[in-house]
Design a protein around this ligand. Structure first.
Ligand code: C2E
Ligand code: MG
Ligand code: MG
Ligand code: MG
Length: 282
């Protein structure tokens, strides 16, 4: 009966909805300030090959909000989108990632680390994106060969010809590309050979249900076969258990990212952690 009443009520007067709306509006305003006052923090999560040898790190943004706890992307990306701040947020992350790359050049363990940055459609499709990135690379002194951009399938399908053009231009600079969350979008194999790709990233949802889910395993096997036959690196995200790593290896996946290998950490703790694991191995 309560459910029935709820259905007929106008949504605007639902106090919970109103709360949510106010909260979101608050975040949208706060986010503008956050970008100006550098409240966004870059976290780095390590990526390993089969040995396991460190091959790179994905940059994951967090928001150190002045009055709330540390916010995860899931808690503020929608607000960013609504406020039209996604391109600004992505630029912020790119710029800080390039600064970090330039800083790490002096550290033996990190000098050649490849850093993967998540890019949204609203930035990739901006007319001056290539110009912007060229500028950032020059200003920071970061090596473009150490920069990888993670793009999702749905982003690429928005405007495939334009995406291909942008990627070709960036490729000339030495930048690499990964398809993020592969397998969750409207997977179309048709576009794969038209784009200058380096990596397919198997989505966490498939990995999570391993080792006992036959459907996930079948999809993972297919992605690995596809990637391997196209000469692309295949990396699995969200690897938490040794059995998942084992099953992935058997399916033909050679590269891993996930809590089993390392949590996302801010730059200084990421460095410490790496030095510790390196010493532990010796
Ligand atoms: P994503 O790019 O697919 O990133 C992987 C997510 O899985 C991250 O969540 C990461 O913390 C989480 N993860 C990694 N390993 C494990 C694991 O072993 N187990 C579990 N349960 N989770 C794991 P996060 O940091 O909350 O990011 C969520 C999404 O937000 C990202 O998904 C990405 O799409 C987006 N995002 C993050 N940073 C940025 C950014 O700087 N710019 C843009 N445009 N999007 C970003
Ligand atoms: Mg990603
Ligand atoms: Mg991903
Ligand atoms: Mg994912």
């Amino acid at each position: 009966e309560a459910k029935q009443a709820g259905k007929n009520r106008l949504r605007f007067f639902d106090p919970q909805m109103q709360d949510l709306l106010n909260q979101r509006l608050g975040l949208e305003e706060d986010l503008r300030i956050a970008l100006e006052e550098q409240q966004l923090v870059l976290y780095f999560q390590p990526q390993y090959d089969h040995q396991p040898k460190l091959i790179g790190a994905e940059v994951l943004v967090r928001w150190q909000h002045p009055t709330r706890s540390l916010l995860l992307p899931g808690e503020f990306m929608d607000s960013a989108r609504r406020a039209g701040l996604t391109p600004a947020l992505d630029r912020y992350v790119l710029q800080h990632a390039c600064c970090q790359l330039a800083r790490w050049v002096d550290q033996t363990e990190l000098a050649s680390l490849v850093v993967a940055v998540n890019i949204s459609a609203s930035l990739l499709y901006q007319p001056d994106f290539v110009e912007y990135l060229t500028q950032i690379l020059q200003q920071t002194g970061a090596n473009p060969h150490q920069l990888k951009l993670e793009l999702t399938e749905s982003l690429l399908l928005d405007d495939m010809p334009l995406a291909a053009q942008r990627m070709d231009e960036l490729r000339v600079l030495g930048i690499r590309f990964s398809i993020d969350d592969f397998g969750t979008g409207y997977s179309s194999m048709l576009y794969l050979h038209r784009l200058p790709l380096d990596q397919l990233k198997i989505d966490r949802t498939f990995v999570q249900s391993l080792p006992n889910d036959d459907n996930s395993l079948a999809i993972i096997r297919a992605i690995c076969a596809l990637g391997n036959s196209l000469g692309l690196e295949v990396l699995a995200e969200g690897v938490e258990k040794p059995e998942q790593r084992q099953t992935l290896t058997e399916a033909g996946c050679q590269n891993f990212q996930g809590y089993l290998f390392g949590y996302p950490l801010p730059a200084d703790r990421f460095e410490q952690q790496l030095i510790q694991t390196q010493t532990a191995k010796i």
